[in-house]
Design a protein around this ligand. Structure first.
Ligand SMILES: *[C@@H]1O[C@H](CO)[C@@H](O)[C@H](O)[C@H]1NC(C)=O
Ligand SMILES: *[C@@H]1O[C@H](CO)[C@@H](O)[C@H](O)[C@H]1NC(C)=O
Ligand SMILES: *[C@@H]1O[C@H](CO)[C@@H](O)[C@H](O)[C@H]1NC(C)=O
Ligand SMILES: *[C@@H]1O[C@H](CO)[C@@H](O)[C@H](O)[C@H]1NC(C)=O
Ligand SMILES: *[C@@H]1O[C@H](CO)[C@@H](O)[C@H](O)[C@H]1NC(C)=O
Ligand SMILES: [Fe+2]
Length: 462
């Protein structure tokens, strides 16, 4: 079963020789072997980068040639051999895609590299560049963050491409719902979307979590195309994984496990146990002092005030309070127990900044609520554009909403100003106007409101 095959490969596979795939005898007009849909993702640490690409026909090798930029022009002094996997889409045509992955290792943190990928006989991609993430204490990364961007009406794409290619961003976090939907038209929608984001994702790591629009065939199209590295498992896991960017630890999880129960209930538990393990490690004193900020990215919000949507406009959302009736695997208590500073979500096609809030109780009763805030911060950033347009707002019975916008397309920009200070901006497209801006300050590594003794199953049900 394909999804199983995709689930298992670890670094051991990445290290092994490239898989040989029998050449097709009948080439139709789609069966060309040149690389496309090139994108980057983070490896185990700052010394690694994973390059993923697609060919429509099999090739015998999956190679990245790369070299340090600067000096006397461009020289591909190094070579990484990867492997390819056949993904056969489950649509009526059972289309075949060849997914190639190679891990670049022993990179110099902070150094710029040129690269191309492909096969010496079948053809190379264009040349791209990236900067290996710096690992020194002075690194002040900038993030671009959004969910819910589609192949059609992807309004933010131009400005995102420009920001990335002008070196204004170090990394992208796409919090689920890609392409609308990747499985459409026998996976061709996914191909088109991955080509559209290549001028972003070939230059900076494009980190993702799954959204509901990825659910087709048990998320297999999504699983096939991305390479999110789970360090504890030493394997690719596009559903839950974590990574560090300067002073920030980011945990990426699937909210969809809570909703697509027919794909397996046990996945909720596996993810929850891993999440506790990861957050426990992130809170070890040495780690938390080095990386005082913890972000959680997941597709669906715990709080929002959009109209007529069962996910977050009622007080007890499944993500926040856990499974119906049992309240198992509730995520909000983890935020407080492990001091998660900011939760990033999408799903609602609008922008909403919430007041610091825990257990449906807003903490905005001081002149600067985001300066040493008294609860986790939630930001819903789901309006870079997709064919479903924008989602209107409704009532706000908890008075939780600090700023909301559903009449322009936007994305989020988050910059580390210094270790104790973040600058958050919501940017309207296409003109790049800053629609909303806050400074988030935290003078202590552990947030003041963190409660390490909180029970994992503490009730947050109203
Ligand atoms: C790929 O390998 C196959 C089988 O080993 C071989 O027949 C074919 O010529 C190779 N193709 C290229 C382009 O090297
Ligand atoms: C769905 O895929 C996951 C791995 O991604 C696997 O654990 C699960 O068993 C699959 N469910 C079904 C119904 O195939
Ligand atoms: C807000 O804080 C002030 C001063 O700390 C306090 O007097 C007031 O009762 C608080 N109001 C609420 C609603 O908590
Ligand atoms: C929200 O604000 C309104 C108007 O100020 C107030 O009447 C209401 O009690 C508030 N609700 C909560 C839950 O604080
Ligand atoms: C959350 O609020 C409810 C109702 O106000 C209360 O019963 C519960 O103890 C609170 N839970 C936590 C963890 O603070
Ligand atoms: Fe969604």
């Amino acid at each position: 079963m394909f999804s199983r095959k995709m689930w298992m490969p670890g670094l051991c596979l990445l290290l092994s020789v490239s898989a040989t795939v029998a050449a097709l005898t009948d080439y139709d007009d789609e069966d060309y072997p040149q690389p496309e849909q090139i994108h980057l993702s983070l490896g185990a640490d700052e010394t690694q980068m994973i390059v993923t690409w697609v060919t429509q026909a099999p090739t015998n090798h999956s190679v990245v040639e790369y070299g340090l930029s600067g000096g006397s022009g461009l020289k591909f002094t190094r070579r990484a051999s990867g492997y390819s996997t056949l993904y056969q889409d489950f649509g009526s045509e059972r289309r075949k895609l060849y997914i190639h992955r190679a891990v670049l290792k022993k990179l110099i943190p902070g150094a710029m590299y040129y690269y191309h990928c492909g096969d010496p006989l079948d053809g190379w991609s264009a040349v791209y560049w990236f900067r290996a993430l710096p690992n020194d204490a002075n690194f002040k990364p900038s993030f671009l963050i959004y969910g819910d961007m589609g192949n059609k009406n992807g309004r933010a794409i131009a400005l995102l491409q420009s920001e990335v290619q002008n070196g204004k961003a170090d990394i992208v976090l796409h919090v689920g719902d890609l392409a609308y939907d990747m499985a459409d038209d026998n996976g061709r929608r996914g191909d088109e979307f991955m080509r559209q984001i290549e001028p972003i994702a070939a230059y900076v790591p494009y980190q993702v979590c799954p959204g509901n629009h990825e659910y087709h065939y048990n998320f297999s199209n999504y699983d096939a195309r991305f390479s999110m590295y789970n360090r504890q498992r030493k394997a690719i896991n596009n559903h839950y994984h974590s990574f560090n960017v300067g002073p920030v630890h980011i945990v990426s999880i699937s909210a969809e496990f809570y909703f697509f129960l027919h794909f397996g209930f046990e996945q909720i538990k596996y993810q929850f146990d891993w999440l506790v393990q990861d957050l426990t490690e992130a809170n070890e004193q040495e780690n938390r002092e080095k990386r005082p900020w913890i972000f959680l990215m997941a597709h669906r919000p715990m709080y929002c005030t959009n109209l007529g949507n069962g996910d977050c406009d009622r007080i007890n959302s499944i993500i926040r309070t856990g499974m119906p009736f049992t309240n198992n695997f509730a995520l909000e208590p983890l935020l407080k127990k492990f001091g998660v500073d900011i939760m990033w979500t999408g799903h609602q096609h609008s922008y909403e900044r919430l007041w610091p809030v825990f257990n449906a109780t807003v903490q905005n009763n001081k002149s600067e609520p985001y300066s040493n805030p008294d609860a986790p911060i939630h930001i819903v950033t789901g309006s870079p554009g997709c064919e479903e347009n924008l989602s209107p707002f409704g009532d706000d019975p908890l008075n939780v909403s600090a700023f909301r916008s559903s009449d322009v397309y936007t994305f989020s920009r988050l910059s580390v100003v210094r270790k104790t200070q973040l600058l958050f901006q919501q940017v309207a497209v296409p003109e790049g106007r800053v629609l909303d801006e806050i400074v988030i300050v935290k003078d202590t590594a552990y947030p003041t409101w963190q409660d390490p003794d909180m029970a994992l199953d503490a009730s947050v049900v109203q």
